[in-house]
Design a protein around this ligand. Structure first.
Ligand SMILES: Nc1ncnc2c1ncn2[C@@H]1O[C@H](COP(=O)(O)OP(=O)(O)O)[C@@H](O)[C@H]1O
Ligand SMILES: [Mg+2]
Length: 253
């Protein structure tokens, strides 16, 4: 499943075209974000920015044409915004995770860039664990490039916006992926019908920024919340009664 990303430089002749395109985006991105996107062009991760897929509270998600280092036609760029909102929420998931304890609490840029790096690292763990999740390609500063989950150029719908034909199988797949993550010592921490994309019949977990390693003091509590969120969603919407406690025992076995 692993896909190698080459860091070979892009030929000079393409540079003009790309710079022109970035000019169009000027005013939308700050300078540093532009430079990070520019780096993605240079390393052949993306060849063109398409359109915005989602404008979220913390990040904007863009569809991009993949560059020659990437096997698929499209990639996704998740661009984290340099805003103070949800700052406190992030801190809770960062301190206590030994990977990111050293960052300074009062430096917004450092927090946001670390958050981006954290999502990349978490997606790498998911990829190694063979969980249904986007393959991470690259990150730089506040920009994360990853596999596009969708058909043609249409992103897969979130679980909430679709009626699944075999809900029991979908729930089992989600729980199995939570179990695989746990075996790899990671807890997603924000599992819900909003952070799962239905790629055909297969649920894909997304939005890994807040995922924590098991040594985080709240890891077990986050796991319980994830399992409880997803079982209650399938209970309410599809009448499937799965005992969250039993599932937790299986996940922790
Ligand atoms: N890899 C991806 N492929 C396709 N669509 C994606 C991908 N990642 C995110 N999206 C879309 O962008 C939305 C927001 O992404 P998400 O990672 O949940 O960010 P946040 O919730 O922090 O804004 C998702 O609901 C989904 O529609
Ligand atoms: Mg989300």
């Amino acid at each position: 499943m692993s896909r190698k990303v080459s860091t070979r430089k892009r030929p000079e002749r393409d540079e003009h075209m790309i710079k022109e395109q970035l000019k169009i985006e000027e005013g939308v991105f700050d300078n540093r974000t532009m430079m990070a996107i520019w780096r993605m062009f240079n390393h052949n991760i993306v060849s063109r920015m398409d359109h915005i897929i989602s404008k979220g509270k913390e990040a904007d998600v863009y569809l991009a044409d993949s560059g020659s280092s990437i096997a698929g036609k499209y990639s996704v760029l998740k661009i984290f915004r340099m805003e103070t909102s949800s700052f406190d929420k992030r801190v809770e998931y960062m301190f206590g995770d030994p990977r990111f304890e050293k960052i300074r609490k009062n430096n917004l840029r450092e927090i946001i860039e670390t958050w981006c790096k954290k999502e990349f690292g978490n997606l790498k763990i998911a990829q190694m664990a063979e969980v249904h999740a986007p393959i991470p390609y690259y990150f730089k500063d506040n920009v994360l490039a990853m596999e596009f989950i969708g058909t043609e150029s249409t992103p897969s719908p979130i679980l909430k916006n679709i009626e699944v034909s075999d809900p029991e199988r979908v729930l089992n797949s989600i729980v199995e992926d939570i179990r695989k993550l746990y075996k790899s010592e990671l807890v997603h921490g924000d599992i819900s019908e909003y952070n799962i994309l239905m790629n055909g019949d297969n649920p894909y977990l997304i939005d890994f920024g807040q995922a924590v390693v098991l040594s985080h003091p709240n890891a077990e509590r986050f796991l319980e919340r994830d399992v409880s969120n997803i079982t209650s969603y399938f209970r309410k919407r599809y009448g499937i009664n799965k005992d969250a406690e039993k599932l937790l025992l299986e996940i922790r076995k």
